[in-house]
Design a protein around this ligand. Structure first.
Ligand SMILES: [Mg+2]
Length: 212
């Protein structure tokens, strides 16, 4: 990695570089596309006070079908979410994991193809200067390498920033978010950004993504 002090993404429910089991895509072979999705205001209703428990988790209408539609169009789904309450000491990764388990359940309840292939998060506080925290591209860098390695049945040798050379083409991938910081992360990583209305979320930009 670029520097020993670099603060790297965390992976929901597992070590960052442990093997990832992918559910098959509905239409077969993966051609390299990834939809990097912010979480709050994209998949679920956001809150200024964070989503602190499963009771506060509300999936936005139409999101399960939109996630499934992206997978049907050949996208792998990688959630990339800043979760500073962990770094601020408000709650733990375990709490976040329980929210994500519930989120996966709610999505699949409504559409059995609405798998989130990978969930990455930045647990750091804004003042930590973490490479993982959007607008930095660390989560997107990790997401690409973890999913590509898994598709090729190899263990990822994760590299970040200037240490990662010969990067794959991201021209068919997308990043969806509801804030400037998401669009900045898209730009810093080099992928097209789609900004959605936080009250609508992913369904707001689905047609634009699939129409491209
Ligand atoms: Mg958001």
């Amino acid at each position: 990695m670029a520097c020993d002090c670099m603060l790297l993404p965390h992976r929901d429910g597992n070590d960052l570089d442990s093997p990832l089991e992918l559910h098959p895509l509905p239409n077969g072979v993966w051609d390299g596309k990834i939809a990097y999705l912010d979480r709050d205001g994209v998949l679920n209703k956001g809150s200024e006070n964070y989503i602190n428990s499963i009771d506060e988790l509300v999936i936005l209408p139409g999101v399960p079908n939109s996630v499934a539609a992206l997978r049907e169009a050949g996208f792998r789904i990688c959630v990339v979410t800043n979760q500073s309450p962990i770094g601020r000491g408000i709650w733990t990764s375990k709490n976040l994991n329980s929210i994500h388990i519930k989120m996966r359940e709610l999505l699949l309840e409504e559409n059995s193809n609405a798998h989130l292939d990978l969930i990455l998060y930045s647990p750091y506080s804004p003042w930590d200067g973490a490479w993982a925290r959007k607008p930095n591209p660390g989560m997107l860098e990790a997401g690409r390498q973890i999913i590509s390695a898994s598709e090729n049945n190899i263990i990822p040798n994760l590299k970040f920033d200037t240490d990662w050379e010969n990067r794959p083409d991201e021209s068919t991938s997308v990043m969806v978010g509801d804030r400037n910081v998401d669009m900045a992360a898209a730009s810093n990583f080099g992928v097209r950004g789609f900004r959605c209305d936080p009250d609508i979320g992913l369904p707001d930009v689905l047609a634009k993504i699939l129409g491209d």
